[in-house]
Write a protein that binds this ligand. Structure first.
Ligand SMILES: C[S@@+](CC[C@H](N)C(=O)[O-])C[C@H]1O[C@@H](n2cnc3c(N)ncnc32)[C@H](O)[C@@H]1O
Length: 361
């Protein structure tokens, strides 16, 4: 006689759960355990697991423990998490190797790796996001208290914190490299003579623009500490005859003269509607007739129901970055451009939830 009761009923319940609730339950688990799953990923990245497995794998659990210099029990827990998340794969012989996803995105030797973004999420955003509920109630960036220093925005605080600033700029560069080529490939920049990249960061974007458009001049306009990083990169690229970095605050300092294209890449998401309209007005006033203001960003659908990238980015801007930004919809940007006077507005939808909106004066 079996020790177990209701065997058939139990089997049917499990099959039903798998068939009808499988993906829903998995989604609920992923959402509820998001903090743990992210820390599983982040810990593995900090231990350099994926790069080491790409170089030396597949390896046994004992070999991984000795390679990482940690005890076997914690390694077992880490490998369990990474396996369940589809980051590593246990082979038939019991050895572990990277999945294809990890081999590309989490391996320092792969040119398209996303490691800098994971470090940014961990060292800058993670603790701050604990305060999202408070930020919603207070309508301000309560999470900024997690970052030491002075200043009302994350960017001001980072400028006094070189270690965190480097983590931030490295992440921005990774995102820029993955996304900003879409802008260069989809817009004909040869019709402009001098591009101003407002909040242009470490110059990855203008270096890309200048490399593909011989004769084009371009300038980054950013905080002094960021301009130092930008200048360094411009020199390394050997493009100092056509590129430079101009220090300034885009709200209180005038834009440099002589620009016929003013770019806002991943920038308007940071600020409130009022400030974005003011920036577009300022761009309009400093452009010559025929000049262009350009917004390049991930966009929120006009239905205000997605995509996921907009749902992820918007809480970050409210809770930490400035307390006033979010990922706005296509139609909001277009209406601001019309309102400040741009005579022609053209829109191009791109992959990775990105798009470009150009206003011609
Ligand atoms: C989200 S990053 C975008 C970087 C780059 N445009 C890109 O697409 O990767 C925002 C940039 O804006 C800069 N920034 C923030 N506040 C600024 C201000 N008031 N004036 C000028 N730059 C600012 C930051 O230092 C940072 O480099």
């Amino acid at each position: 006689m079996s020790l177990f009761k209701n065997t058939i009923k139990n089997w049917m319940a499990r099959a039903g759960e798998r068939i009808f609730l499988g993906s829903t339950l998995r989604q609920v688990c992923l959402v509820m355990g998001g903090h743990i799953y992210f820390q599983t990923l982040s810990a593995a990245v900090q231990l350099d697991l994926f790069t080491q497995l790409a170089r030396k794998g597949p390896l046994s659990r004992e070999a991984i423990a000795s390679m990482l210099g940690i005890a076997e029990k914690p390694v077992r827990i880490l490998l369990l998490g990474c396996s369940a998340l589809g980051l590593v794969r246990r082979h038939r012989d019991g050895r572990y190797g990277n999945t294809r996803l990890a081999d590309m995105l989490l391996n320092a030797d792969h040119p398209r790796n996303f490691l800098a973004v994971i470090r940014w999420q961990h060292f800058i955003n993670y603790r701050a996001m604990f305060h999202f509920g408070e930020a919603l109630r207070g309508n301000r960036n309560v999470g900024l208290d997690e970052i030491s220093g002075q200043g009302a925005t994350l960017y001001e605080r980072l400028s006094a914190n070189p270690e965190l600033e480097k983590i931030f700029q490295d992440a921005m560069q990774t995102i820029s490299v993955q996304a900003n080529h879409l802008l260069v490939e989809s817009v004909d920049f040869s019709r402009f003579s001098h591009v101003l990249d407002v909040g242009g960061g470490n110059a990855t974007n203008i270096i890309n623009l200048a490399s593909r458009n011989p004769g084009l001049r371009a300038s980054v306009f950013d905080w002094p500490s960021v301009c130092a990083l930008a200048t360094d990169n411009i020199m390394k690229a050997g493009l100092e005859d056509r590129l430079n970095a101009v220090s300034g605050n885009c709200f209180s300092d005038p834009f440099p003269a002589g620009m016929d294209c003013i770019l806002f890449c991943h920038f308007m998401t940071i600020w409130s509607e009022v400030k974005n309209r003011a920036l577009l007005r300022k761009a309009y006033e400093s452009l010559p007739s025929g000049g262009a203001a350009m917004i390049f960003n991930m966009m929120q659908d006009d239905t205000e129901t997605g995509p996921l990238s907009a749902a992820m980015g918007s809480p970050y801007f409210l809770t930490l970055a400035t307390g006033e930004g979010m990922l706005y919809t296509w139609s909001e940007y277009e209406s601001w451009m019309k309102e400040v006077g741009f005579r022609k507005i053209v829109v191009q939808k791109l992959i990775r939830d990105h798009g470009v909106i150009v206003g011609i004066k």
